[in-house]
Design a protein around this ligand. Sequence first.
Ligand code: FES
Length: 181
Amino acid sequence: MNTTESNVPLNPPVEARPVARMLSDGAYRRIDREVSKFPLEGKGSAVMAALGIAQDEKGWLSIEVMADVASYLGLPDIAVQEVATFYNMYNVRPVGRHKITVCTNLPCALSGGALAGEYLKSKLGIDYRETTADGGFTLMEGECMGACGDAPVMLVDNKRMASWMSNEKIDALLAELSAKN
Ligand code: FES
């Protein structure tokens, strides 16, 4: 086992790591419900749901929050980080109050997705992976969302699909979300 000069293990077992609890009691109860849907040995199968619950509560998944989820599920930190960084519905850095992810994968890009992204950039005054100065919106590019026939498509706040997004529909969406800000 790797040790430092003070003989402290570099990679202590999961259960030995002191991890600060980052979520509310209600969030852990929701995670418990997700865990209960899987056999005991498949506790890690609840990781995606647990990350979603943590993100709903914290707004984004910091290293500390991911470590807490890992510890709670008895998983290595890296296993949770791999999931959080693979799927673009997880925010691994702070985002605005609303996040719009535009599909610019090739089929969508050729069917208006790229133009819709450019229109959003001009309306918001930001580029992809940026957040407006007032913290209202973050704009992201996304991969195929399984709705190629509905282009231009975008995912709003990680959960709501918006299809056939003409400039007029984008204007209406921004107005609706701004009213909630
Ligand atoms: S390529 Fe955009 S939804 Fe499939």
